[in-house]
Design a protein around this ligand. Sequence first.
Ligand code: 5GP
Ligand code: MG
Length: 177
Amino acid sequence: MVRYKDSQELPVLVEEPVIREAVLRLGRDISQDYASKTPLLIGVLKGCFVFMADLARALTVPCEVEFMRLSSYGAGATSSGVIHVISDIQTSISGRDIIIVEDIVDSGTTISFLMEHLISHSPASIKVCTMFLKGSRANFPFNLDYVGMEIGAEFVVGYGLDYAEQYRFLPDLRVLK
Ligand code: 5GP
Ligand code: MG
C-alpha cells in the first residue's frame, strides 16, 4: 500500500506485519508490568502518533495519553542537538506512572532531555518505550525499558517518521535514500 510514486522507490527495512508483532509484544510486556496500574503514556509528537495509537490498543490495562511536542531535527535529516519544548503536557504528572513513548531513539539526547524535564514534576515512576532503536546504544545514561526493535544507522521514514513532513503515513519502515 503505497500512496506516493516516490515512496515506492524507498527500500523497505521493516515490513508492516513485523512491526505489528513487535507492538503486540510491547503491549503484552507493558500490560504485565502495569497489571494493577493505569500508566500515563506521554508521546513525543509528531513521530509517535502512529505507534502511540497501536501501542495503546495493544495494552490490556487501562491507560491515559498525553502528548508533548519537541523539536530537534527541524526539516533535515541530521539532529541540531538543541531541543525545544514546542508544546508541554497539559496535566499534572505528580504521583503518576509515566511511560514516555518515542518513535525512535538515536543518540538518546531527546530522551535524556525529556526524562530530566518530567522527573522534575515528581512522577511515581518513569519508563521509556521506543518503537525503534538505532544501533545498539549500550552506553546510554538511562535504561530503555521497552524497545520494539533495533535497526541500523540509516535514516528511516514511515510508521509516523518523516523526512520534511513526508512519508509519515507509510505503514512500513523504509530507508530514505
Ligand atoms: P535522538 O535525540 O535520540 O538522537 O533522536 C531522537 C529523535 O530524532 C526522534 O524522536 C526522531 O524525531 C528523530 N530521529 C532520529 N533518527 C531518525 C530517523 O532515522 N528518521 C526520522 N524520521 N527521525 C529520526
Ligand atoms: Mg520523535
